[in-house]
Every structure is written in structure tokens, then in C-alpha cells.
Design a protein around this ligand. Structure first.
Ligand SMILES: *Cc1c(COP(=O)(O)O)cnc(C)c1O
Length: 392
């Protein structure tokens, strides 16, 4: 079955749970986006910016010392950390800003939690001289002062959100509210494979460059397909970007790694797939951390980019049909993962990506014979070193 269907359903998940005023805009975006998918000029333009500006293709690097340390695994790292701005998010913001330009929009808005998506959006907006306003919870503004400053340097305006938990989910609520009011000139760039249809599809499409390259590069190096794919899952965009091009390769086992924070039993984590239940958040149905009354819980992870109480609907679908397995790694283990890769390979990974790295040690104990694995190294750790210093 081809997913999503025309209304954006991935099995029972996904869809468009939005106010009526947004339905027309979503329909227009859907129409525009499906036309652009087969528009050669648009695709050439997108490829041009990915290559010349962002720095694609990224390397598929054989982590030899890490592999020897893990013994049973031969580990390849997909180096999204080498991209401009230091993470995979730029793939998506470049794609969406080109769609916005095609639609004649002059104002860009975005939500941000840790500020990474805000910075990637402000970067793309600066590149095309578009006005950019980023919604951010006041709690996050305090925690992520440096990214707030980065966005301002890039010419964006940061709008503080003081409602609710004053974090990412509240920023997203405000961004949606803004969009409803200003749809005529405004384009909303969502940062992960979440939100109402067609966003999960669109973001998957733009991030799939990760998996398409990795698949080609791996076959060239090994002459076959990998045994495993491994990626961290916040909203799920770097993971879906890697996973989707391998969906039909049934021999390839897919593992997503969620953040277990202080542990699943502590209630302070971000593992929506492992410990959540189906619900509606930000315009789509997916697995969600919520209480018995359907109120969304506050998520926690040491990795700010994984700190989201929901997850993209397609991951909920992958889990339900058994195409992927979802595991979790806690804060302490993730920090060990960061140290491991730093020392074994001279690469300091982002705390988010460190969750995937940390799971390698567990996977090595699970496999019966030597296996190959591609890990999505979603970002670099420079942004995290100050925080890590307090934690080690
Ligand atoms: C934002 C971010 C993530 C989490 O987002 P996904 O949509 O789950 O990919 C992971 N890694 C890095 C480096 C990030 O900046």
C-alpha cells in the first residue's frame, strides 16, 4: 500500500486535524507540492542548493575503530553533521523555502524548541532575503540563549511564547495560530515529519536525500544492502529521511531510538512510541505522551532536539505494522555514547545523535553474527559541549 493516502493517512495515523480556515491552505499546499515533485526545474533548484550551499552529498564513513571496539558490528556513519549549520535540518528548510517562493509567499514563520530548527529556518530565509519570524517558548529562550542570538544575527525575529509549558509544543500552537491569521502572505515551515498533511510527506521527501545517498553509497562500498539502520527519533525527520528509501528492502532491519530521559518509569522522558498512546497533536494523529484526560505531558530529554511529547505519524505506522522497531536510550547512556564516538573516531556527535550511537553497544550484544549498520549521525556536538561539561 502506498502511504500516505490522499488525505495524509498512514494507516490509522496522520490526517488533517486543523481549524476549517486552514483546510483550504493545506489543500493548496498539497496541490503545489505534488506538482513540484515532478517539476524538473524545482528539483534541479533544490539539488543545486543542497550541493552548493549545504554541502551534499555527505560522506558515508566507515567508523573502523568504533567497529573494532564493538566487535560484532561494522558501523557506517551517515555524516549529516558535516552539513552547513551542523545538522540534517537544513535539508528540510531549504526544500520548504523553495516551495514558499514558488507559492509567492513573502513571510516565513516557524516554531522552535532548542532553536535548531529556528536557526536552520532563519538561515534559509536569509539566503533568499525573506522576512522570518520564529516562535519560541520563554523557557526555551532562557535555556537556549545562544541560538536566540544566532537567529537574530541571521535577521530573524524571535517571538516569545509564555503560554502552557512555555516550550516547543506551545510555540507550535502559536505558530499555527499566526498561520491561520496570515495565510495570504505567510508560509509555515514545520521542522519535523509532524503536523497536518502534507507536512509529514513533504518533510519526508526533503529528508529522504539522506537515505537515497546512503543506500547508493553503501551498495557501492559493500556490494549489498546493510543489515541494520539506526537513527534517533525526536519528531522523526532524520530517521524517516534515512529509513524511507529502504522501506521495501525487507532484509534491512530498521531501528529508531527514542529518548528515555531519566528512564521510562520516571515519567520524565520523550519516548512517545514506547510509552505513549494514540492521540491528536498539532494537526495529526500519532502516538503521544498524554494523561488520562488527553492533556499533553511535558517531555524530557538531555537532548533538546528530542524533547517533544509527540512523534511523526509515519513512525507510529511503522511501529504498528512492524516495519521498524523502536527502542530507547536514557540521558546517561546518551552521554556515554557521545564520549564513545568522540574518543573512538574524533567525532563529537550531537546529544540527539548520541542516542543512536549509544544503542550500538546494545545492538552489538543482540546480533548473532557480524552485521553491518548505517547510523544517521544527525548533527555535530559543538552546540552541546557547554551543557555536557556540567554533566560529566
Ligand atoms: C532536531 C534534531 C533531531 C531531532 O529531530 P528529528 O526530526 O527527530 O530528526 C535530531 N538530531 C539533531 C542533531 C537535531 O538537531
Amino acid at each position: 500500500m502506498k502511504t500516505p493516502d490522499q488525505h495524509g493517512h498512514f494507516g490509522e495515523f496522520g490526517g488533517q486535524f486543523v481549524p476549517e480556515t486552514l483546510m483550504a491552505v493545506l489543500a493548496q499546499l498539497q496541490k503545489e507540492f505534488s506538482a513540484l515533485k515532478s517539476d524538473k526545474r524545482f528539483q534541479r533548484e533544490f539539488q543545486f542548493y543542497l550541493r552548493e550551499y549545504a554541502g551534499r552529498p555527505t560522506n558515508l564513513y566507515l567508523a573502523d575503530r568504533l567497529s573494532r571496539h564493538l566487535k560484532r558490528l561494522k558501523v557506517y556513519l551517515k555524516r549529516e553533521d558535516l552539513l552547513h549549520t551542523g545538522a540534517h535540518k537544513i535539508n528540510n528548510t531549504l526544500g520548504q523555502i523553495l516551495v514558499a517562493r514558488r507559492m509567492g509567499k513573502t513571510r516565513i514563520i516557524a516554531e522552535t524548541g532548542a532553536g535548531q530548527h529556528g536557526v536552520a529556518t532563519a538561515t534559509a530565509a536569509a539566503l533568499f532575503g525573506l522576512k522570518c519570524e520564529v516562535y519560541m517558548g520563554t523557557e526555551d529562550i532562557e535555556r537556549q540563549a545562544l541560538n536566540v542570538f544566532r537567529m537574530k544575527l541571521l535577521g530573524a525575529k524571535v517571538i516569545p511564547v509564555a503560554s502552557g509549558s512555555r516550550t516547543l509544543k506551545d510555540a507550535m500552537n502559536e505558530a499555527i495560530r499566526d498561520w491561520v491569521t496570515n495565510v495570504r502572505d505567510t508560509f509555515y515551515i514545520i521542522g519535523s515529519v509532524a503536523g497536518p498533511h502534507p507536512y509529514p510527506l513533504m518533510v519526508r521527501e526533503f529528508q529522504s536525500v539522506i537515505g537515497k545517498e546512503a543506500r547508493r553509497q553503501f551498495i557501492k562500498k559493500e556490494g549489498r544492502l546493510p543489515d541494520y539502520l539506526l537513527a534517533c527519533v525526536g519528531g522523526g525527520s532524520n530517521a524517516m529521511g534515512l529509513f524511507h528509501p529502504f522501506f521495501n528492502d525487507r532484509s534491512v532491519k530498521i531501528i529508531g531510538v527514542e529518548a528515555a530521559g531519566h528512564g521510562l518509569s520516571s515519567g520524565q522522558h520523550s519516548a512517545a512510541l514506547a510509552a505513549g498512546s494514540p492521540g491528536v497533536l498539532h494537526g495529526s494523529k500519532s502516538m503521544l505522551l498524554q494523561n488520562a484526560d488527553g492533556q499533553v505531558k511535558i517531555a524530557h530529554s538531555v537532548a533538546a532536539g528530542l524533547d517533544y511529547p509527540g512523534v511523526g505519524p509515519e513512525h507510529s505506522y511503522y511501529k504498528q505494522i512492524g516495519r521498524a522497531e523502536y527502542v530507547s536510550v536514557n540521558d546517561r547512556e546518551a552521554i556515554e555514547g557521545l564520549k564513545l564516538l568522540s574518543r573512538a573516531e574524533g567525532i563529537i556527535p550531537a546529544l540527539e545523535s548520541s542516542h543512536a550511537i549509544a544503542y550500538l553497544s546494545k545492538l552489538a550484544r543482540r546480533v548473532k553474527r557480524r552485521a553491518t549498520v548505517i547510523v544517521c549521525l544527525s548533527g555535530r556536538g559543538d552546540k552541546d559541549v557547554a551543557a555536557i561539561r556540567e554533566l560529566i
